[in-house]
Design a protein around this ligand. Structure first.
Ligand SMILES: NC(=O)c1ccc[n+]([C@@H]2O[C@H](COP(=O)([O-])OP(=O)(O)OC[C@H]3O[C@@H](n4cnc5c(N)ncnc54)[C@H](OP(=O)(O)O)[C@@H]3O)[C@@H](O)[C@H]2O)c1
Length: 388
């Protein structure tokens, strides 16, 4: 099952509306077939593994990170494929909360005389599937945020395109490969003209959908995200008022999808940002990555709507050249104990400005200083108010 979980981790965040599942088939102590849900959500992991095992699957054991599906969607039910191939025993990490499947896949297998064992590595699997589970049960995605700051807390710099070095930026792109969508603010699009793509060799094309928060449709038409909207799905979440302007027509003509947020003038920021996340989930997005300037980053952090924060910190102070300070230090309250996160030696670095020292009350952080040549990456598992 550990191997099945590791397989699933490869495509996590890149299987659209489908769960990202790992599957391994074992016979006589040898792996005879394995699979992970295909990019975009198909084919299903079980089918890939069964095809690889072929006739050898008869009498074998299958390890799968989620209950095999029991309904006919765009593909036939995996449970039936398993029965047809004569797999003898199935280890399932956790039950699928999808009402079309939940418990039914297991019942089908048991009714066919298969030995089904439920709950192997369940906690790990549930953690891996938590974006999918949350979207199905609460209509919300899993939320990751990445920010980069200078040593003195600035998120922007005059006359310098980047705050951090190449290794940190590449690592940031790897987060994109595991996100269904990037959420950013219109000001970042105006100032930086970001590509918001993953350009890591071997992972090119793992480009998340883009969501730009832009209440008055200020997004310039000459920006990369608009020019490439025909290739990479691009959404602007905006207001009803802005939809009456010519900018709406211009953006639509270029293939940008406009989503109107039902905004009540008295709505709190927490409610508004939650609505934004709900709209993302309605687009079948399970994992979103927030990559914005301090305005939106702080808003999401203060609303407690972030599950994991990746914070790249440069050793360089910017002084007078710094712009866009991260004014209000995010309220970082840890959900898990120290040491459960990424490993790395952080002994040579001091805590980010305005933050309690590591190990402070409720704070959970680890750094990847070994990974980054000069910059430090701290990863915080947040005490998000989003449901599990
Ligand atoms: N170091 C980093 O990690 C990093 C990452 C990204 C960007 N940046 C830098 O950040 C700078 C831009 O920062 P920023 O703070 O001005 O921009 P931002 O956070 O990217 O975008 C802010 C804009 O988002 C729009 N918005 C829509 N809905 C919102 C909501 N509910 N709450 C708040 N804002 C909402 C607002 O414009 P409307 O009111 O017009 O909708 C607001 O002006 C850029 O210069 C860029 O270089 C740094």
């Amino acid at each position: 099952m550990q191997h099945a979980l590791a397989l699933a981790a490869q495509h996590l965040g890149a299987t659209a509306e489908n769960p990202c599942v790992g599957c391994v088939i074992v016979k006589g102590g040898t792996i005879i077939g394995e699979g992970v849900t295909g990019l975009g959500g198909r084919p299903h992991a079980e089918v890939i593994a069964l095809n690889a095992a072929g006739a050898q699957a008869r009498g074998a054991d299958m390890y799968v990170t989620l209950e095999p599906c029991a309904h006919t969607g765009k593909t036939p039910p995996c449970a039936e494929a398993l029965i047809a191939t004569g797999v003898a025993r199935v280890f399932i990490a956790c039950v699928d909360p999808d009402t079309r499947v939940s418990g039914r896949g297991i019942s089908l297998l048991r009714a066919a005389g298969m030995d089904v064992e439920l709950g192997l590595c369940e906690a790990q699997a549930k953690k891996q599937h938590r974006g999918f589970f949350r979207r199905l049960t609460h209509g919300l995605p899993h939320v990751t945020m990445k920010i980069a700051t200078s040593a003195d807390g600035f998120m922007g710099a005059q006359r310098a395109p980047f705050i951090t070095g190449e290794v940190a930026r590449t690592h940031g792109q790897s987060l994109r490969a595991h996100a269904g969508a990037i959420i950013t603010g219109v000001q970042t699009v105006i100032d930086d003209d970001p590509k918001l793509t993953c350009r890591i060799p071997g992972l090119e094309g793992r480009n998340p959908v883009r969501i730009i928060l832009d209440r008055s449709l200020r997004t310039p038409l000459d920006r990369y995200v608009v020019k490439t909207a025909g290739e990479i799905p691009t959404y602007i979440f905006t207001s009803d008022e802005a939809m009456q302007t010519s900018a709406a027509l211009d953006l639509r003509e270029r293939g940008v999808n406009l989503v109107v947020l039902e905004q009540n003038i008295r709505i709190t920021n927490h409610e508004l940002l939650t609505t934004i996340l709900r709209e993302a989930a309605k687009l079948n997005l399970t994992h979103v990555l927030i990559e914005a300037g301090p305005t939106l980053s702080q808003a999401f952090l203060q609303a407690n709507l972030v599950d994991a924060l990746y914070w790249y910190q440069s050793p360089q102070a910017l002084g007078d050249a710094g712009t866009h300070p991260l004014i209000h230090p995010p309220h970082l309250r840890g959900r898990e104990g120290r040491g459960d996160l990424l490993k790395g030696d952080d002994s040579s670095t001091s805590p980010p400005p305005n933050l309690p020292p590591q190990g402070g009350e409720g704070l959970s952080a680890a750094s990847e200083s070994s990974l980054l040549a000069e910059d430090t990456l701290r990863v915080y598992q947040m005490a998000s108010c989003l449901p599990d």
